[in-house]
Design a protein. Structure first.
Length: 326
């Protein structure tokens, strides 16, 4: 009867971590894909209303969950970590979702999905500079497949019906590019912060992020009242409230929890690839919303995305150990 060596057990543990991390990444993508539908479902409200409502609910829920343990947890969080939470909450939540909502409402879901689809490329390139990361050359096939998928999505947007004026499409594109830059900074910064955390769990880090984001949303209320003064009926406010609560629970609480868990289990170069699932699910939800089947270009994009992830996984496999004397 053979016994497993320490190296074999260690390798099996690493592979199990990767599988768990990938499952968490898929779950986060499934929940985050919902945020692309929200601006369309509450179209009478602007991006500020939607962002404030979502993150105010996120902050209130996070505060309620942390209230029994607040003193003990706050004592373990350093001043530097609080500063990190402030900028991470702003880059990954407040600023990102205002820009994303603006992009969806002015440029459409397809164009926004195209730009956000380049997140894996940006994060993976940055992550390839980390010590011990998989060399960029080994990741090139995955990056090319990712880019091919994004190009398919963009080409579909170009050949499809034109919606809105030229100025609106330009504004939507600029907002989407801003969202891309904002979330890239968040993904990299958050992953690196989580690697350094030893006394704060991923769940508590997510809840702390929610509290900080909720505080930021309160500051935006006067701005929303000034810039978006359109009157809304009671039914519209109830619809907005329901959407905001749903996004807070599903995307911000559960989705962020899964993402933070994944960020601790996977290297940054692989974390970048997991963002692709958000694009995939956003497209699927868009098809369901529009009650149609995907086009051939959209099917090709999905195939490229899946192949890109599989290629990245292959690049992260540990090479077989060399035999003694070989």
């Amino acid at each position: 009867m053979t016994t497993l060596s320490t190296a074999d057990l260690s390798c099996a543990h690493v592979q199990q971590q990767k599988l768990t991390g990938i499952a968490c990444g898929m779950g986060a993508g499934a929940l985050w894909g919902l945020v692309f539908l929200a601006p369309k479902s509450v179209g009478t409200f602007g991006p500020l209303h939607l962002s404030i409502g979502r993150y105010l609910c996120y902050g209130l829920i996070a505060g309620a969950l942390l209230a029994p343990r607040w003193r003990a947890l706050a004592a373990r969080v350093t001043r530097q970590q609080w500063l990190s939470l402030v900028w991470l909450a702003f880059a990954g939540n407040t600023l990102y979702y205002v820009l994303l909502s603006s992009a969806v409402q002015t440029g459409g879901i397809a164009m926004t999905s195209l730009v956000i689809g380049f997140l894996p490329v940006a994060v993976t390139i940055i992550g390839s500079r980390d010590q011990g990361a998989v060399p960029l050359a080994r990741l090139m096939p995955s990056l090319l497949l990712c880019a091919a998928g994004a190009i398919c999505i963009g080409w579909q947007a170009l050949v499809g019906p034109v919606v809105g004026t030229a100025d609106e499409r330009v504004i939507g594109l600029l907002c989407a590019l801003g969202a891309l830059a904002s979330w890239t900074a968040y993904a990299v910064g958050n992953a690196r912060c989580l690697k350094r955390l030893e006394h704060v769990s991923t769940h508590d880090w997510n809840l702390l992020t929610g509290i900080v984001t909720g505080a930021q949303s309160i500051v935006l209320i006067p701005l929303a009242l000034t810039l978006e003064s359109e009157n809304h009926g009671a039914a519209e406010w109830m619809r907005l409230g329901a959407v905001c609560v749903g996004l807070a629970v599903l995307a911000s609480i559960v989705g962020n929890l899964l993402w933070n868990r994944m960020s601790r289990l996977l290297p940054l170069t692989l974390v970048g690839q997991m963002i692709l699932f958000e694009t995939v699910f956003a497209l699927v939800y868009g098809f369901l919303w529009e009650r149609r089947l995907p086009t051939s270009l959209e099917m090709a994009a999905l195939a490229f995305v899946v192949t890109s992830v599989l290629s990245c996984l292959a690049a992260h496999r540990r090479p077989a150990p060399m035999l003694a004397g070989a």
